[in-house]
Design a protein around this ligand. Structure first.
Ligand SMILES: *Cc1c(COP(=O)(O)O)cnc(C)c1O
Length: 388
């Protein structure tokens, strides 16, 4: 115990200790530490987590099927809502089949562990999500990390490995990068994976529901939906629920049902969750969804434009995730605290979530934000950054 305590003190001294804050409210406003604030760090991008259609679907499924599923999927935990949502997701993504996981973290670790092994080789973007990194480790495949979004570098790495190729090859990338808000060059990645006979996996945690004319994600936006072999996405962000899925060919899904440890050895999601996720997909595919996406895009452009015009460094953000680069941990967290006092809640992000020296404020815009509130928040963020 003493040792952990010392380690926590060291984190504290380095400005790196993390603590929890209780947030009451789904945005655009919430109560944090007893005060009413504008919520600027939720991934509930379309405001669906509090949408009446989702709440009603969840309540109806709870009364019909129970509060919990009772077992893992292969035992008695595949209830009608789980099976219906999987069909629905396969149609949504234009794939043969889909499989639910209890979270995005469980999906990424379980997909990579279930499909790949020591003979295989995984090419992974250096800014991929932690769950993909852990999935690479769990698979026991060799992994080659390529520089962020760098197609030429990846091509050189693929060409260098080609002469001693043994097993399967996978290129894996976030669709929208979770801490930078930039978009993977999926069309160029498709060309490479086809040329080198590799598979392509896209983690679209932040693109699902948000990008593309029908909210099908980054690949729809970039016009390469049918070319992605393994389409992973989450239900806990824009879709406002919890859990995640893989959309892929039958053979992949059937392999995971037999091999993926987080899928096999865990109680399935409560039936309310897939029921609410179907209600979310109904909205995403409707004119209401199109309107929410348009509002989100308007808000993001306005907010990022304000910060950019004031000279802040927003990295290569091209989505609702708007990072404001600060650099070191102490000033980053000082700005977060100051903004909370001003009634704006957004989190400072530090290593190991982002590389050393790139601490940032990670602002996330919602469709339901009022532009006047975003204007006010942008002014306070600029002032706080200048002061600190
Ligand atoms: C949030 C996130 C995950 C994890 O999803 P959860 O459902 O929150 O576990 C995976 N990948 C990316 C890129 C994410 O941003």
């Amino acid at each position: 115990m003493d040792r952990w305590s010392r380690e926590l003190d060291e984190l504290d001294a380095a400005g790196m200790r993390r603590t929890l804050r209780t947030v009451d409210g789904q945005g655009p406003r919430a109560v944090v530490d007893g005060r009413d604030v504008l919520l600027l760090c939720s991934n509930n991008y379309l405001g669906l987590a509090g949408h009446p259609a989702l709440l009603e679907a969840a309540a109806a499924a709870t009364w019909r099927y129970g509060a919990g599923s009772g077992a893992s999927r292969l035992v008695s935990g595949t209830l009608p809502p789980h099976a219906q949502l999987e069909e629905r997701l396969a149609t949504f993504k234009g794939s043969e089949a889909a499989l639910l996981f209890n979270s995005g973290f469980a999906a990424n670790t379980g997909i990579l562990q279930g499909l790949f092994g020591p003979d295989d080789l995984i090419f992974s973007d250096e800014l991929n999500h932690a769950s993909l990194i852990d999935g690479c480790r769990l698979s026991r495949a060799r992994s080659v990390v390529y520089p962020h979004r760098d197609i030429q570098a990846l091509e050189r790495l693929l060409a260098a490995e080609a002469p001693r190729r043994k097993g399967r090859w996978l290129i894996v990338t976030d669709g929208v990068f979770s801490m930078d808000g930039d978009i993977a060059p999926l069309v160029a990645l498709c060309e490479l994976k086809e040329r080198f006979d590799a598979l392509l996996m896209v983690d679209d945690a932040h693109g699902t529901g948000v990008l593309g004319a029908n909210g099908r994600g980054t690949a729809e936006q970039l016009g390469c939906l049918g070319r992605i072999d393994l389409q992973m996405g989450t239900l806990g962000k824009a879709l406002g629920c919890a859990g995640a899925y893989l959309a892929a060919p039958h053979v992949v899904i059937n392999t995971l049902i037999n091999r993926s440890r987080p899928f096999i050895f865990s109680t399935s999601l409560p039936p309310s969750v897939p029921a609410a996720a179907m209600a979310a997909l109904d909205i995403v595919e409707s004119s209401e969804g199109a309107r929410l996406r348009a509002d989100l895009e308007r808000n993001r452009k306005f907010f990022a434009g304000r910060l950019h015009a004031a000279g802040l460094d927003l990295l290569a953000s091209a989505t609702q995730i708007v990072p404001v680069l600060v650099g070191e941990p102490a000033p980053t967290m000082a700005i977060t605290r100051r903004l909370l006092d001003d009634g704006i809640f957004l989190q400072g992000i530090r290593p190991p979530t982002v590389p050393e020296g790139t601490c940032r404020l990670r602002a996330t815009v919602m469709a339901t934000h009022d532009p006047a509130d975003l204007d006010h928040a942008a002014g306070l963020i600029v002032a706080a950054c200048r002061k600190v």
